[in-house]
Design a protein around this ligand. Structure first.
Ligand code: 5GP
Length: 114
């Protein structure tokens, strides 16, 4: 298990972040380099390194992350649209080895994305 990734430090309050939501299983905080007026990262408290390392036993946890995302979208007023994104490997821009789900909104979100 990775024990020193930057998101664990945010979970453990070793480095600051603007927290948007927290429960026993997930933490959500505003991205330090936002790509939209609203850009929140929803992460599991348990380390899941990457999307293709999700195990069957993680299904409930991933569901909880979606419930948190839906709640955040409502609470942050994203009534006119939002997007959820998960990156994997270098071509998709995956950087931190602790699966974040990106919630972006507050502007038009063209498809296909860049
Ligand atoms: P990934 O590339 O893993 O899908 O997403 C990582 C995201 O974490 C990036 O959008 C990046 O801006 C964000 N990020 C990286 N380091 C920090 C940090 O220390 N604080 C916050 N709030 N976001 C971070």
């Amino acid at each position: 298990m990775m024990t020193d990734n930057i998101f664990l430090k945010i979970i453990n309050r070793q480095i600051p972040a603007t927290i948007a939501y927290e429960d026993d299983h997930c933490l959500a905080f505003h991205d330090i380099n936002p790509q939209a007026p609203i850009h929140v990262l929803i992460i599991p408290k348990k380390v899941i390194v990457a999307h293709d390392e999700i195990a069957a036993e993680d299904g409930e946890l991933l569901g909880r992350m979606h419930v948190a995302a839906a709640r955040l979208a409502r609470d942050l007023g994203l009534n006119d649209g939002y997007r959820l994104a998960i990156h994997r490997r270098e071509k998709a821009g995956h950087t931190v080895p602790h699966l974040p789900m990106h919630l972006v909104g507050g502007r038009s979100l063209p498809w296909p994305p860049g």
